[in-house]
Design a protein around this ligand. Structure first.
Ligand SMILES: NC(=O)c1ccc[n+]([C@@H]2O[C@H](COP(=O)([O-])OP(=O)(O)OC[C@H]3O[C@@H](n4cnc5c(N)ncnc54)[C@H](OP(=O)(O)O)[C@@H]3O)[C@@H](O)[C@H]2O)c1
Length: 271
């Protein structure tokens, strides 16, 4: 597994893990599966876990399942509310639920009320309660505003969607992040699983075998992280065995341009 600098002194695995929907569980049986997923993350060097107060029970489930291995993880969450007092209270609750006294990354979820929330995050960073300050948005319409905030210099990392078909960040957002040394987390690298499970025909893996890539999920993830402006892709899963499978993309190294083009064209052909 390769590790890259997200910001400050913080390195993360280039394949991390998201938890939207997948960690919003309550039953003992579902919790046991999440414990297995976390165990697989430790075994395969997946260090970054992303959550949000918007993801139901996700923060609490991360808290109970990482309690005995907290030092193995970089925990990222978000603030997703309006108002200064509400933001502070929500962040305090995230610390409690995720059972940590220091949050590695806190992001303003979908830029909601960012003018109010960012100063709070900057103060908490100065107080060393949080490591890095981030922004997220899942829609290209918000990128001009996101880039304006990035240019102010108070942002360590951003989280945006990027995959073989949704490449809206390539033109301006990724070059700006690279120029400013801002870390980039990639949401929806598998287009919510659609570019693996939703393909009409089986893609051709044969040119990818020499890079250690044996499944289409690995191909899609390796495509994302072989863009040097990307710090980490964070696929979500409900299945422990996917962690080892997805982690292979963290060893694929720099894919040559023609192999990246092949993965993109082959996905489009099979959709
Ligand atoms: N605005 C925001 O800030 C925002 C918005 C969206 C997402 N995010 C973050 O980004 C994370 C990732 O995005 P996402 O969860 O929407 O989409 P995603 O990671 O592109 O796709 C998740 C889906 O991919 C499937 N999958 C994972 N590994 C697979 C494999 N090896 N083979 C086949 N299928 C596989 C999973 O199904 P199985 O359960 O069957 O493995 C799951 O349904 C989220 O969890 C969240 O943390 C943030």
């Amino acid at each position: 597994m390769e590790y890259r600098r997200l910001g400050g002194e913080l390195d993360v695995s280039i394949i991390g893990m998201g938890t939207w929907l997948t960690f919003d569980v309550t039953s003992d049986r579902d919790l046991a599966v999440r414990r297995d997923i976390i165990g697989e993350c430790v075994a395969h060097g997946v260090t970054l876990i992303d959550s949000s107060p918007m993801y139901g029970k996700s923060e609490a489930v991360i808290g109970v399942t990482t309690e005995s291995s907290r030092d193995k993880f970089v925990l990222a969450t978000k603030v997703w509310t309006r108002g200064e007092a509400e933001g502070e209270a929500q962040i305090a609750r995230s610390f409690e639920l995720m059972k940590t006294d220091r949050m590695d990354v806190v992001q303003v979820h979908n830029l909601l009320d960012w003018r109010v929330q960012l100063p709070t995050l900057e103060r908490l960073k100065d107080e060393e309660k949080i490591g890095l300050v981030g922004l997220t948005h899942n829609s290209a319409g918000a990128y001009p505003e996101m880039m304006d905030i990035m240019r102010t210099g108070g942002v360590d990392c951003i989280q945006i969607p990027y995959n073989v078909v949704n490449r809206a960040v390539e033109e301006k957002v990724l070059p700006l992040a690279a120029d400013m040394g801002i870390g980039v987390l990639v949401m929806e690298p598998l287009q919510k699983g659609r570019y693996v499970g939703g393909l009409r025909t089986q893609p051709d893996h044969s040119p990818l075998l020499e890079f250690g890539i044996k499944t289409w999920a690995q191909a899609l993830l390796a495509w994302v992280v072989s863009n040097p402006a990307v710090t980490s892709a964070i696929p979500a899963t409900t299945r422990p065995e996917r962690i080892a499978e997805n982690a292979v993309a963290g060893d694929a190294g720099d894919l040559p341009g023609e192999i990246r083009d092949f993965i993109r064209e082959e996905t489009e052909r099979c959709l």
